[in-house]
Design a protein around this ligand. Structure first.
Ligand code: MG
Ligand code: ZN
Length: 222
């Protein structure tokens, strides 16, 4: 049972069907085993459309490509825009077109892994479909999840999506150069994330220029 508090103090209770997610969780555990067997570290990258997931992945690839053998898996409804962007930075990229699907699931990721020679990689970056709601309920078996939020999304992105931050190791506050123009206080965003999950690491980036990527890589501990 999940409790939802509304603005005027009413409380609505909703039954959550846990079994619905059971099968995905099983497959996610298998993916994790597969990653571990091949000494691969896998990161699930979440965030809204336009938050900077692809740019963040590009910068991580650029920063680590001489130290790690990297593959990226990108989820997108119908386009290959993100995959094409990441390829240019030197990672092997697999594209999953989810058609109408609004999140990746463990089975889709497993199907992509079957197309990779896993011996060839140390790090796999998984770009989830751009939204902050349902991808949170479908773990794909990654070792960690990071959430990218940008200042252009306004001041409430974090407080309105607590569940996705509860399961994340790192919150990336992106487009910090736009904060003043958007009237967004990035220190408040950090406080919001820490209030949801005290152990979450918060890094500030401008993924367009690469600013903050060193901090992100060190927060990822890879
Ligand atoms: Mg993208
Ligand atoms: Zn979905």
């Amino acid at each position: 049972m999940k409790t939802i508090h509304t603005e005027d103090g009413k409380v609505i209770e909703i039954k959550v069907n846990k079994q619905l997610f059971g099968k995905n969780n099983e497959l996610a555990a298998k993916n994790l085993e597969l990653f571990n067997k091949h000494n691969i570290h896998a990161i699930d990258v979440l965030g809204s459309i336009g938050s900077g997931k692809t740019s963040t992945i590009q910068q991580i690839v650029k920063y680590l490509k001489d130290k790690k053998r990297i593959a990226a898996i990108t989820g997108d409804l119908t386009t290959t825009i993100d995959a094409d962007r990441i390829k240019k930075y030197g990672a092997h990229v697999l594209q999953i077109n989810t058609d109408r699907g609004c999140h990746l699931d463990a089975n889709m990721v497993r199907n992509s892994l079957d197309q990779l020679n896993l011996e060839d990689y140390d790090l796999i970056l998984i770009e989830n479909v751009g939204n902050l709601i349902c991808p949170g309920s479908y773990p794909v078996g990654a070792h960690q999840r990071i959430v990218v939020v940008s200042t252009t999304e306004g001041p409430y992105m974090i407080v309105k999506h607590p569940h996705i931050f509860q399961d994340a190791t790192v919150a990336v506050i992106n487009k910090t150069d736009m904060a003043d123009a958007m009237d967004v206080d990035i220190k408040q965003l950090e406080k919001d994330a820490k209030a949801i999950k005290p152990s979450i690491k918060v890094v500030f980036t401008n993924a367009k220029t690469g600013q903050g990527i060193e901090d992100l890589v060190s927060a990822l501990n890879i």
